[in-house]
Design a protein around this ligand. Sequence first.
Ligand SMILES: *Cc1c(COP(=O)(O)O)cnc(C)c1O
Length: 649
Amino acid sequence: MTWTREDAEKTYHVKKWSDGFFDINEEGNLVIHTNNGKKDVPLINIIDEIRSMNINMPCVIRFHDILRSKVKILNRTFRSVIDEAEYEGRFFGVYPIKVNQMREVVEEVIDAGSKYDYGLEAGSKPELLAVLAYNKNPNSLTILNGYKDSEYLKLAMIGTQLGKKIVIVLEKFSEVAKVIELAKEMNVKPMLGIRSKMSIEGIGRWAHSSGEKAKFGLTIPEILNAVELLEEADMKDCLKLFHFHIGSQISDIKTIKDAINEGGRMYAKLVNIGCKLEYFDAGGGLAIDYDGSRSAGDSSMNYSLEEYVEDIVYGLKQICNLEGVPHPNIVTESGRAITAHHSCVITNVVGTIDSTKAYYPTKKTTGEHILVSNMRALTDEAITLDNYQVAFNEADQLKEDSLNAFRLGILGLDEKAKIETLYWQIMNKIKVILSDVEDIPEDLKVLQEKMAPQYLCNFSVFQSAADLWAIDQILPVVPLTRLNEKPQNLGTIVDITCDSDGKIDQFINADGIGSLVPLHELRDNEDYLIGLFLTGAYQDVMGDMHNLFGRLNEIHVFCDPEDPSGFYIEEVIRGSSCSHVLSTMQYNPEYMDLKIKRMINQRVAHGKIAPRDGFKYSNFYDDCLSNYTYLANENHKPQKEQDIYQNLQ
Ligand SMILES: *Cc1c(COP(=O)(O)O)cnc(C)c1O
């Protein structure tokens, strides 16, 4: 049976999680597909080009076209639903920069959103400093969330004086008095928002962002007191925006409908007691279908963007009409939904770890232990669909017996090595049989997992996919090439950190989520590249430097129909060097270099190292300091341990 791209699609579900931005072409390559008349570009072509520039794996590829599309689609969808619903307010979305604060990302979002007056949101002082400088559109909003000290508030009011539409969202009751005092002192009339603590709880991992025990927001009594304080200070008219945020990755549309109903009523009642609110801010939470299952599961969503927008617009319209209040402008703070798709991490496989393939000579020797002979007799038998279970049970029993014998000192190392080698030879035969078995017995499923080769990939989960480690986030994993070829192995992925947690063992597969991913057998002199997708939201910027693996080389790509290759690289940002990551931990690389030179000179003086070598060694140390923190690419040759065994034979 030949393996087609349809089989690859069923295996990796690219169409389902990629929102149409990625696809598999006839040649079996993963391509970016921008849907606007531009050519599909195989990711491997981009990698070939950056390699010709001497830029190594692993790297992040940022697709600016995807980022721009996402901004455009969100704004256009709101505009068209608002028109169709004859809703009387406008849409003023903002991008919360905490989701990905990279300057290039923020600039691209602002540029793509300028004709829609799309704004920015900040949640801390450094983010506020950034949005003040980068949001130059006087018509778009700058929304300020997070806990605020007087320095934060003062910066915000300076922003107001610069003519920007800054909304200070009160997150905590004590902020009300601070704002009033500072506004008087600086003689500024700020635009204020109020974040409501909603009774509805989000679902999934961020459920605690909302509900009575939430960290942020004012309760109804606090809101009413805040309104009174503002009224006393003659600042009630400053209150312009009603805000809630019930959490990120809201996978069930029901939660969104409930939030709009609760928030809509709150907005309307506040207007009815004389608050001249102009904006209704429904926060973030628009989800991403990471696993492509279109369900209410944690890594998915059971609704479309259209449905989300319609629920907000029509829901709010109905409540406002019933309550007899004007339709407010609508604000949302989608971050994940804007950025997740635009970047991916590409890593090269540096080898596989598969101890079941270990080779040791097993020739019969005179006087060998009966356990060895028995295991050898088993390997000589043909294993078929009819007897594989029996063979498995017998081999397993012999293995256990031999372990006991070894513990009692009856078996030597040589005999134990023979038994293990023979045992795995039998198991490998059974594994081949299993690929034709539909209903695999439980015991043997465990065997399959135990025998799954680990693909050692040149990256760090902690740096490049923090949520995968921290909260079991599912991220799509797909080889960039050979998708027209049946993957021979079911494997897992491990990273190069010295931490057994540095691995990926949850994958999207043909039946949902599983612990193994189909991957190809490595080939000599050919790199095997794997992409980790949907890393543009949070993952890009949250990574840590476990083992001092630093930031990745970053490639900014634009698709371009005029260009013969269909794309061009706009910018390359080199990843961290070893000396950079060391300096963040208070080391002084120059001093280290000097120390090593001194040590070498001393050994040279004592005649222990030749002067010529001493010079080379110190240069080498120096070079390593300025190099990339990840594994260097040794002639693109992944190391297959089997090949080494082959040479042994
Ligand atoms: C984190 C956050 C967002 C972004 O949420 P997404 O789920 O990424 O869209 C929006 N608003 C506030 C207040 C946040 O804290």
